[in-house]
Structures are given as structure tokens and as C-alpha cells.
Design a protein around this ligand. Structure first.
Ligand SMILES: Nc1ncnc2c1ncn2[C@@H]1O[C@H](COP(=O)(O)OP(=O)(O)OP(=O)(O)O)[C@@H](O)[C@H]1O
Ligand SMILES: [Mg+2]
Length: 158
């Protein structure tokens, strides 16, 4: 599969929220998204931005580290998972994780590298790198050029 890449420099929390909103608007109703980045990089914050674009109260979006998975229903449905506490793909399959990718939802997986071999081929990958206390680099690798273009246009316009 051919992937297109977009790199966005976030200088603040609101920049990251803005990227999240643009991304949620651009994605189709069904998509799988791997979220990479160290502890505190901003993965959950980005999902809060996505939620707000879909009419979901971002304050209800909390880290799913302990519950593994939360579902939020807005203009599009978000399945927000954090597999940090799972050991491997076997654990993921045991909790029925593979089914999330079949549902009509945007499935977001924090620490997706733990379950590499369960991820679908047409995967969106967001990698957040900490540059300083308040700056982050957000890299989007997308299997769909239209989505990359739409995110890029929306963050430029907002
Ligand atoms: N530009 C920025 N973008 C994102 N987060 C930022 C930024 N600047 C500061 N922060 C802070 O970084 C933290 C990001 O926390 P968040 O819970 O989103 O990280 P996470 O990647 O989900 O971590 P974990 O792996 O522990 O789940 C928040 O406290 C947020 O306020
Ligand atoms: Mg998190």
C-alpha cells in the first residue's frame, strides 16, 4: 500500500487539539488509527480534539489505560483503546480487539506497537514526538491521499 505523510509542528495544546479536529473531520466513518508516542506525548489529548469535532464532549474522553477501551458516539463513532497494559497480540485477540476493526467506527489504539501483527493494512499511523515542554511534532502516515490533503487544508485554514 502507498502511504502519504504529513508532518505538523504543534506549538501548544490548542495546536494538537486543532490537528485532532481536522483529522476527525477528514477520516471516513470506519478507520483504524495507531497512535505512537512516549508517555505524555499527547495521544489522549489528540483524541480529545477528535472527539470535539464529532460533537462528543472532550471532557468525557479520558485515558483508557486501565479500562483498555472506551466507545464514544458522535457524528462518527470513536473506539479509543490503550493497549499499554496488554502483553501482546494474544491478549488483544483474547479481549475481542480484532472485532473493533470490523465495526463502523474510527478505532484509535494507543501503544499500537504492542499489537503490530493484529493491525489492518489500511492503517493510519500518528506518531507524536515530544520536542519540548509544550512543542510536539505530529506525523501522520495515511493510506489515503484525500485524507492527508483534507487534514493539511483544514489545519492551514483554522
Ligand atoms: N503541544 C502539546 N500537544 C499535546 N500535549 C501537550 C502539548 N503541550 C503540553 N502537553 C501536555 O502533555 C500531556 C499529554 O498527555 P496525554 O495524556 O495526552 O499523553 P499520552 O500520550 O496519551 O500519554 P500516555 O501514554 O500516558 O497515555 C498533557 O498534560 C498536555 O497538557
Ligand atoms: Mg493516553
Amino acid at each position: 500500500m502507498k502511504y502519504s505523510t504529513l508532518i505538523f509542528e504543534s506549538h501548544s495544546i490548542s495546536d494538537t487539539l486543532r490537528f485532532g479536529r481536522a483529522f476527525a473531520d477528514a477520516l471516513p466513518e470506519q478507520a483504524a488509527v495507531a497512535l505512537h508516542g512516549t508517555l505524555g506525548a499527547g495521544k489522549t489529548l489528540l483524541v480529545q480534539g477528535m472527539a470535539s469535532a464529532l460533537g462528543i464532549d472532550p471532557h468525557t474522553v479520558t485515558s483508557p489505560t486501565f479500562v483498555i477501551c472506551n466507545e464514544y458516539i458522535g457524528r462518527k463513532t470513536l473506539i479509543h483503546a490503550d493497549v499499554y497494559r496488554l502483553n501482546d497480540s494474544d491478549d488483544f485477540l483474547a479481549i475481542g480487539g480484532a472485532e473493533w476493526f470490523q465495526s463502523n467506527a474510527i478505532t484509535l489504539i494507543e501503544w499500537a506497537e504492542k499489537i503490530d501483527d493484529c493491525l489492518p493494512l489500511n492503517l493510519y499511523t500518528v506518531t507524536i514526538s515530544q520536542r519540548s515542554e509544550s512543542a510536539r511534532q505530529i506525523q501522520l502516515e495515511s493510506p489515503c491521499q484525500e485524507v492527508t490533503d483534507a487534514v493539511s487544508a483544514a489545519i492551514m485554514a483554522s
